[in-house]
Write a protein that binds this ligand. Structure first.
Ligand SMILES: [Zn+2]
Ligand SMILES: [Zn+2]
Length: 153
């Protein structure tokens, strides 16, 4: 092998490595960056021989876009579950209508009804919006301890 061939081989290897690192930068940037303008900026940086990809690695976003999307979906699913929570029976998990007073499956009391007009009431309401009757708090009845607890006096 002549000296010229060796130089040509080294130059070819260097060129392949340079193109591969630039291509890797492009692929990695596409997985992490949403903005096409920023992706082209990353590719331009990746085309700087050898130093470019290293600089890109220092400044690239830490997460893949699909991970971010997955996490957002998970959060959304959790929020859906939370907002649906009062539409299932807390005891038997059966789906219940927001106007049900008791669970039709296991007869658990789901909400109070107005003493005057029998309309279903929200837990936070202080007055019946349908007939203006004030609502008694469900726990307002005075708790009387069973006799075996008050015997210490
Ligand atoms: Zn139930
Ligand atoms: Zn009412």
């Amino acid at each position: 092998m002549s000296a010229r061939t060796i130089v040509a081989v080294i130059a070819a290897v260097a060129a392949v490595f340079w193109l591969a690192s630039a291509f890797w930068t492009y692929k990695d940037a596409r997985r992490r960056i949403d903005d096409p303008w920023l992706i082209s900026l990353a590719v331009a940086l990746g085309l700087v021989p050898y130093v470019g990809p290293l600089v890109y690695m220092l400044f690239r976003p830490p997460e893949y876009l699909e991970d971010v999307r997955e996490r957002e979906l998970e959060i959304k699913a959790m929020e859906d579950r939370l907002s649906r929570r009062d539409l299932v029976c807390p005891v038997c998990r059966a789906e219940v209508d927001s106007r049900f007073l008791v669970c039709p499956i296991c007869t658990t009391k789901l909400r109070q009804s107005c003493v005057n007009c029998r309309a279903p009431l929200e837990a936070l309401w202080q007055v019946c919006p349908y007939c203006e009757t004030p609502i008694e708090a469900p726990g307002s009845t005075v708790y009387s301890p069973p006799p075996w607890q008050s015997s210490g006096h």
